[in-house]
Design a protein around this ligand. Structure first.
Ligand SMILES: [Mn+2]
Length: 336
């Protein structure tokens, strides 16, 4: 549960109303929450200001949100640095440190704009003027919902509701994760009152796999999942070779990290993906262990208590040795 600081919003509101250029930016490799939050706030701000409002993302959006009506309004190209440089206000959505916008981080930090953070990742870096950081919120979309309502109670409409609902669904695994509390469900309930079609949204977000993606999942579960029952850990590894074989597309790995958590006796799922220059390591927890801290301590990453990520330099074999020799002996330290 969290309560939005509405006094701070009233302080910020005159700046929003008088701004000429407003940039909204989400994190690199944007997920459903980042895309939804950027687009929802984009539509809301356009209703109350005459400012130019620019929804920006550092790189390509995943397939499962490509059905959003305003997806072509997103700016994902070389215009972004200049927009950041010249903005009066920049909203930072769904990330907690400047480096999460990748190649745009220097422009973000050096911009003369008033910077506003709206986010739910723990331990935010202090690089903004106004911070709406609520780590207990299920999603940034849930905070944006309150933010929009506080700006003006009549701003929310059906399209904004569809985006916010999508952000909440994707960040909570359709309300499964612990972060989806009674407040989240109350927000979802209010969003439904705007006439959105819940079944249609779920179908478009989740039941849209390509055949290749489905077969890739089956292959990884059958051939590439190692379970260490003595440590309650499962590790799935995805190499470039396998990606090629299954004609891997951006976003195809989404949700695979969660799958081993359905196994009795598995408390932590580790999903490893081979990239050009390193290994991407994703963590999921059922709640018994804090994987945010494991990602921070061993993989120079972070995230949430039950979902986090980081990276590793070296081969998959080296990574497994590292986990077995360094992480497993210390696992008890991360019991919640
Ligand atoms: Mn999020």
């Amino acid at each position: 549960m969290f309560e939005l600081d509405t006094k701070k919003i009233q302080e910020l509101k005159p700046h929003i109303l008088s701004a000429k250029k407003i940039v909204l930016i989400g994190h690199t490799s944007p997920d459903g929450d980042a895309v939804s939050s950027v687009l929802a706030l984009f539509l809301a701000l356009k209703k109350i200001t005459n400012a130019q409002v620019y929804p920006v993302l550092p790189d390509e959006i995943p397939n499962y949100v490509k059905w959003f009506d305003h997806i072509n309004d997103l700016i994902i190209d070389s215009r972004a640095p200049e927009l950041l440089d010249n903005a009066d206000i920049v909203f930072c959505l769904d990330f907690n440190e400047a480096k999460r916008v990748n190649h745009l981080s220097e422009n973000l930090l050096s911009s003369r704009a008033i910077k506003v953070l709206i986010d739910h990742h723990p331990q935010p870096e202090n690089f903004v003027d106004y911070s709406f950081s609520y780590p207990t919120a299920s999603s940034t979309a849930e905070i944006v919902y309150y933010f929009i309502k506080a700006l003006d109670k009549d701003l929310l409409d059906r399209t904004i509701a569809i985006y916010l609902f999508s952000g909440i669904l994707t960040d909570t695994g359709v309300f499964i994760h612990d972060s989806a509390d009674s407040q989240t469900l109350a927000v979802a309930s209010d969003l439904m009152s705007y006439g959105i079609d819940k079944g249609d949204i779920i179908k478009k977000l989740f039941n849209n796999y390509s055949e290749n993606r489905m077969r890739l999942m089956g292959y990884l579960l059958f051939k590439k999942m190692k379970i260490y029952y003595e440590h309650e850990v499962a590790i799935i590894t995805l190499t470039q070779g396998i990606m090629k074989r299954f004609n891997f597309k951006l976003g195809d790995h989404e949700n695979i990290a969660n799958l081993p958590l359905s196994i009795q006796g598995v408390e932590i799922s580790i999903f490893v993906m081979e990239r050009q220059d390193n290994l991407k390591v994703s963590f999921r927890s059922k709640g018994k262990y804090n994987v945010n801290l494991i990602a921070r301590d061993y993989f120079s990453g972070g995230g949430h208590k039950n979902a986090a990520g980081g990276s590793f330099q070296g081969s998959i074999r080296k990574l497994k040795k590292y986990i077995e020799n360094q992480v497993f002996p210390n696992l008890k330290k991360y019991l919640v």
